[in-house]
Design a protein around this ligand. Structure first.
Ligand code: ADP
Length: 389
């Protein structure tokens, strides 16, 4: 049996096919340029999904019939409706549609991907796996903003948090690595990729996270500013004449590392810093400092921290960022071992200094595998009206 994982965005569909028994990857790829014009463009998501299925059958990864146990879809925003993955039905589709105002760049493409997969493979169980779901365990004091209450009651303005699939995956892997039940561990997980977020996890459950109602809040990211005085956008409107849409684009697409030094790719930021560019130095300094502040805050939230986990393209590969993020935290029981931290290993590993009470782990994330596992579990838990085929 096979499980197909789809990450359908506004202009691309990424896919990965797993063998259920071994969870090995049978085939992976991406169809992009959806909705664009030009010779190699793909007309719409329907045509895009058709190309996915053609690739899977032409390569022999699936047969005829396809033998799909299920299809797992990544969905960015599930609002307050979903604490867990959900078997797709009309109500689930309505809920994903209703969350479009909260994730206008993501949910429409996610929804289109599900709709074409349902139309093309009507007999295959489909599951939506939400980036927000893992954080639905946050208590009210962590998810509310200090705004007039009716904004929550009427518009559901609150912290949701994202990257939940990645935080959940590395939390589970951390427990396996440490040989402890996930429900016994307090963790601070740091997903540092193009987007970046921190989560405080108490006994396996997310109790706080740095991203908010949207993915703009929290850590410094490739092009997003993260935490900011909420008065700044109003000041910018008055001072520059930009309208709200332009300011939103500035905070999402022109800020973060790119805003500070002109480069959003961390490898390039390091190259610039090595070449003596002071703005790149400042970007790395600010990036590490912001993470360190969250580690301190989440240590206070959790009281006891068993392990700090670094993941994502930067978290997994960037020893300098890890060093700066943990700098000066030995009072909290946190210190990296320089040699272990500098090792180029791509395996999950411990990098804390000998004898320090808080483990520091580097764990590669694997959101597709996590979606596949959650899809299989969800189908197994509620087989629904039709039997898996
Ligand atoms: P996404 O969030 O899009 O999945 P990734 O998790 O792949 O992105 O992270 C992308 C970031 O990881 C980029 O800033 C990239 O520069 C950074 N990165 C990848 N490899 C390295 C490396 N060896 N050293 C430092 N940064 C790296």
């Amino acid at each position: 049996m096979k499980v197909l994982v789809l990450n359908s965005g506004s202009s691309s569909i990424k896919y990965r096919l797993f063998q259920v028994e071994s969870m090995g990857v049978l085939r992976a790829g991406v169809v992009d340029r959806i909705g664009e014009t030009g010779p190699s463009a793909v007309r719409d998501h329907g045509e895009g999904f058709g190309r996915v299925m053609s690739d899977l059958s032409d390569s022999g990864a699936i047969g005829e019939p396809a033998g799909l146990f299920g299809i797992g879809h990544r969905v960015v925003h599930g609002g307050e409706w979903f604490r867990e993955p959900a078997r797709v039905d009309a109500g689930v589709l309505d809920a994903i549609r209703a969350m479009i105002p909260f994730a206008p760049l993501h949910n429409p493409g996610n929804l289109q991907g599900i709709e074409v997969a349902l139309a093309t493979c009507p007999g295959v169980p489909q599951v939506a796996v939400f980036d927000t779901a893992f954080h639905q365990t946050m208590p009210p004091r962590a998810f509310h903003y200090a705004l007039p209450r009716d904004l929550y009651d009427t518009h559901r303005v609150r912290r949701y948090g994202f990257h939940g699939t990645s935080h959940a995956h590395v939390a589970r892997r951390a427990a396996a690595l440490l040989g402890k039940p996930p429900g016994s561990l307090n963790l601070i997980t740091l997903h540092l990729g193009n987007g970046a977020s921190a989560a405080a996890i108490r006994e396996g459950k997310s109790v706080d996270t740095s991203m908010g109602m949207t993915p703009l809040e929290g850590l410094i990211m490739g092009t997003r500013c993260g935490d900011l005085d909420p008065a700044v956008p109003f000041f910018l409107g008055a001072a520059t004449g930009k309208d709200p849409g332009e300011i939103q684009a500035l905070l999402n697409e022109e800020s973060g590392l790119k805003g500070i030094c002109g480069e959003n790719d961390m490898r390039e930021v390091h190259r610039r810093a090595a070449g003596g560019d002071p703005s790149a130095d400042l970007a790395i300094d600010m990036y590490g400092y912001r993470i360190r502040k969250y580690i301190g805050a989440y240590t206070a939230v959790l009281g006891r921290v068993d392990a700090l986990v670094f993941t994502g393209g930067i978290g997994e590969n960037d020893a300098e960022v890890r060093r700066r993020a943990c700098e000066g935290l030995s009072l909290l029981g946190i210190a990296v071992d320089e040699a272990r931290n500098g090792s180029p290993s791509r395996e999950s590993r411990e990098i804390q200094r000998e004898g320090m009470p808080v483990k520091i782990l580097v764990i590669p994330t694997n959101e597709e595998l996590e979606i596949a596992l959650q899809t299989i579990a969800c189908i197994g838990n509620n087989a629904g009206p039709e039997e898996p085929r």
